[in-house]
Design a protein around this ligand. Sequence first.
Ligand SMILES: [Zn+2]
Length: 122
Amino acid sequence: MARQTRAERLWQILYPGVPAEGSAPTAPVIRRTIRPRRLPRPGRLKGKDLKALRLACFERDRGLCITFGQPTLFGAPHEWPNSFHMAHRRGKRMWGDHLGQVDTQCGACHRESHSPKVVSAK
Ligand SMILES: [Zn+2]
């Protein structure tokens, strides 16, 4: 049997049982996996660089939440109210990850600062 081309193999996957005609349209190329990003988004940090920034933020603020000054726990589960969170001062998409852009917050205050504001109906 003749060696199949990539297009012929794809055709059989896409249209099982349908013989590929000589005039068959080129089968579409299907990408099965989403390739993970190799590089962070512009201005953003990943992996050990982001860890280093989190640690630098924690050390600079001595682990104290900037809102009310409560001590935070580095490495505590993020859902804990007293866990260390690194909060961005301005939109991280535009302003990125660097020490002048981040503050220590406890989990409770950080969640509060991201929760939709309730406006009184009165
Ligand atoms: Zn707080």
